[in-house]
Design a protein around this ligand. Structure first.
Ligand code: FMN
Ligand code: COI
Length: 396
C-alpha cells in the first residue's frame, strides 16, 4: 500500500475501511454543504509573507490553552459516535492526543462513557456539553464530568436542533446501525468493520441509559433522538445556571459573529470556539476562518479564541494562528485516522499535522508559533487566490 502522505490519503483509507453510511455520517454537512466547502476554501484566500535569513534551526510548536501547555496547538474536537469507527474509539483518540501532546474533547454523544474515557488516560481533557431538556440529566452530565476530572466544560451552542444532514436521511442512518436491504451490500463489502464492531460492547450513546437500551429493532435516527432531548429554549441566562454547577473554565463552541463573542466574554467565558460545526448545522454560514478576525477583534484578548472547521494542513493551522487563534480544533481529520487504523491512525493524523506545522514555520522564517501574527500573511485581495484542482479539498 502506498504511504500515507497527508490527511487526504488518510481520508481515502477511511473511506475504504468503513461502510458508506458511516463515512457519509462523518463526511456530510447540512443541506447543500456550502459551508463545508467554504471552510476549506477560505484557507486558499490567504497567502504567506515569508521572511528570509532568519535562524529557524530550532522551532517551537507549543502553546498554552487555559493555562495548560500543549506540545501541539491542536484540539481533537468533540465528536458524537466516534466509537462506531473503531471499538473504544473515544478512548483510543484520547490516548493518541495525550501521546502526541494535543488536547482531547469528549462529546456528550460519545459511545464510550465519560468515566471510561477518563480511566483510559492519565488526565482527561475537556468535556463537551449538549444541554438536555431534562435539566436533571444535564446536571448529572456536568457532575459526572467534574467527578471524572475533565478540565473544562465546552458548551456547544449551535445545535438548538440538528442540521439537515441529507446523506444520513438518504442512507437511513440509525443508532444503533441496522442491517437493511439497502445497506446489505455495503456491509458485505466491509466485513472487517462488521467483525470489529461485534467486539464492541455497544453501538449507541453510552452516557444515556435510554440510548444504551436501544436495540436494532427500535433503532432511531440521530436527528430523532437529539430532537427529543436537546433543549431549543436555552438562552444566555442559562449560562449562569451552568456557572453554578461548573466552577472550572467554561468554553463556548459554535460562535460565529462578533456580538455573540462580546456577550460570551461579558458572561465570563474563558475561551470560545469560532465554529460552524464543520458545516453540519446552518448551511450558508461563512467559513470559520473568514469570521475569525472579526471575533478576535471583538474579544480583544479577554478570552482565548480557537478556530474550528476545515483544517486539513499544518499550513492551515499556521494561518489561523497568524490571524489570532490560539489553537485549532479538528474533527474529521482525526476521525479519518481513527477509521483507518484506530489509535495509530489518530497518532498518524497528529504526526502529519506536526510535521507540516514545523515545516511551514521553517519555510516561513518564523521559528516560534507564539511569534506568528498577521504580518506573515497576505490577505484576500492582496494576493492571488491559491486554488486546488477542481473539486478537491486537498491533494492526495
Ligand atoms: C461525525 C461528527 C460528529 C460530531 N459530533 C459533535 C458533537 O457531538 N458535539 C459537537 O460540539 N460537535 C460535533 N461535531 C463537530 C466537530 O466538533 C467540529 O466542530 C467539526 O468537525 C469541525 O470541522 P472539521 O471536521 O472540518 O474539522 C461533530 C463533527 C463530526 C464530523
Ligand atoms: C451525534 C450527533 C448529535 C453529534 C453531532 O453534533 C454531529 O453529528 O454534528
Amino acid at each position: 500500500m502506498p504511504k500515507t502522505a497527508n490527511i487526504e490519503d488518510l481520508r481515502q483509507r477511511a473511506r475504504r475501511r468503513i461502510p458508506r453510511f458511516l463515512f457519509d455520517f462523518v463526511e456530510g454537512g447540512a443541506d447543500d454543504e456550502f459551508t463545508v466547502r467554504a471552510n476549506r476554501e477560505a484557507f486558499g484566500r490567504h497567502a504567506f509573507r515569508a521572511r528570509s535569513l532568519v535562524d529557524v534551526s530550532t522551532r517551537d510548536l507549543s502553546t498554552t490553552l487555559l493555562g495548560q501547555r500543549l506540545e501541539l496547538p491542536l484540539i481533537l474536537g468533540p465528536v458524537g459516535l466516534a466509537g462506531l469507527l473503531a471499538p473504544g474509539g473515544e478512548r483510543l483518540a484520547a490516548r493518541a492526543a495525550v501521546k502526541k501532546g494535543a488536547l482531547f474533547t469528549l462529546s456528550t454523544m460519545s459511545v464510550c462513557t465519560i468515566e471510561e474515557v477518563a480511566a483510559a488516560v492519565p488526565a482527561p481533557g475537556w468535556f463537551q456539553l449538549y444541554i438536555w431538556k431534562d435539566r436533571g440529566i444535564t446536571r448529572s452530565l456536568v457532575e459526572r464530568a467534574k467527578a471524572a476530572g475533565y478540565t473544562a466544560l465546552c458548551v456547544t451552542v449551535d445545535v438548538p436542533d440538528m442540521g439537515n444532514r441529507e446523506r444520513d436521511v438518504r442512507n437511513g442512518f440509525t443508532v444503533p446501525p441496522r442491517l437493511t436491504v439497502a445497506n446489505a451490500f455495503d456491509l458485505l463489502l466491509h466485513l472487517g468493520w462488521v467483525l470489529r464492531m461485534t467486539r464492541s460492547p455497544r453501538a449507541t450513546f453510552g452516557n444515556f441509559e435510554d440510548s444504551k437500551a436501544l436495540t436494532r429493532r427500535d433503532a432511531v435516527s440521530v436527528a430523532a433522538y437529539t430532537s427529543r432531548q436537546f433543549d431549543a429554549s436555552i438562552t444566555w441566562a442559562d449560562l449562569q445556571w451552568l456557572r453554578e454547577l461548573w466552577p472550572g473554565p467554561l468554553v463556548l463552541k459554535g460562535i460565529s459573529c462578533a456580538e455573540d463573542a462580546r456577550r460570551a466574554v461579558e458572561h465570563g467565558v474563558q475561551a470560545l470556539v469560532v465554529s460552524n460545526h464543520g458545516g453540519r448545522q446552518l448551511d450558508g454560514l461563512p467559513a470559520a476562518l473568514d469570521v475569525l478576525p472579526e471575533i478576535v477583534d471583538a474579544v480583544g484578548g479577554r478570552a482565548e479564541v480557537i478556530l474550528d472547521g476545515g483544517v486539513r494542513r499544518g499550513s492551515d493551522v499556521v494561518k489561523a494562528i497568524a490571524l489570532g487563534a490560539r489553537a485549532c480544533m479538528i474533527g474529521r481529520p482525526y476521525l479519518y485516522g481513527l477509521a483507518a487504523d484506530g489509535q495509530a491512525g489518530v497518532e498518524l493524523a497528529l504526526e502529519l499535522f506536526r510535521k507540516e506545522i514545523d515545516r511551514t514555520l521553517t519555510l516561513l522564517g518564523c521559528p516560534r508559533l507564539d511569534q506568528l501574527d498577521a504580518s506573515y500573511l497576505r490577505g484576500p485581495g492582496e494576493a492571488p487566490r491559491l486554488s486546488l484542482p477542481a473539486g478537491r479539498t486537498s491533494t492526495g
